[in-house]
Write a protein that binds this ligand. Structure first.
Ligand code: PNS
Length: 145
């Protein structure tokens, strides 16, 4: 039997945003524990190193013992199997997220039959927030507060 009280929240988190944090808080209303799994992929052109991304996430979550932040390499489904968890959560902001998420879910299900995903809708204040938008504004010295 899979661990039912735990959910994995995977992503690039380059960087972690208030939108991601909003989702973590929502996840904690449903699950006892969340593993935030930061993808370590040298081929993906991330602005921040894995250590920097983890450090930033921990600055939001370190006081909460229900949250564990760690990195993973390779396939998400292999990481899930190692954790003995079959469930991930992801954010669904706009219709434009749907195709990407749907394809990813179907691929993961093909690779791991037990794979399940739930999609949480963030607060309206965070609907437009994305890591790319935050990076773009920061690079141009805009206000990202
Ligand atoms: O924040 P992102 O970049 O949208 O997160 C995407 C992520 C990390 C969840 C996805 O790219 C992933 O799981 N990568 C690991 C490699 C993998 O398992 N690929 C096959 C399924 S698409």
């Amino acid at each position: 039997m899979k661990n039912k009280n735990v959910i994995i929240y995977p992503g690039s988190f380059d960087p972690f945003t208030k939108g991601h944090y909003d989702l973590v808080k929502r996840g904690l209303d449903i699950f006892d524990h969340i593993f935030i799994a930061v993808l370590e992929n040298p081929r993906k052109n991330c602005l921040f190193s894995v250590d920097e991304r983890i450090e930033l996430i921990k600055s939001y979550t370190e006081d909460d013992e229900r949250v564990v932040v760690e990195s993973f390499k390779g396939l998400l489904v292999d990481y899930l199997k190692r954790k003995d968890v079959n469930l991930v959560m992801r954010g669904m902001r706009m219709l434009s997220d749907f195709e990407y998420e749907f394809q990813m879910s179907l691929t993961n299900r093909k690779l791991y039959n037990d794979f399940e995903a739930i999609y949480l809708v963030p607060s309206p204040d965070c609907l437009f927030v994305s890591s790319s938008v935050v990076k773009e504004i920061a690079k141009n010295k805009g206000d990202i507060s």
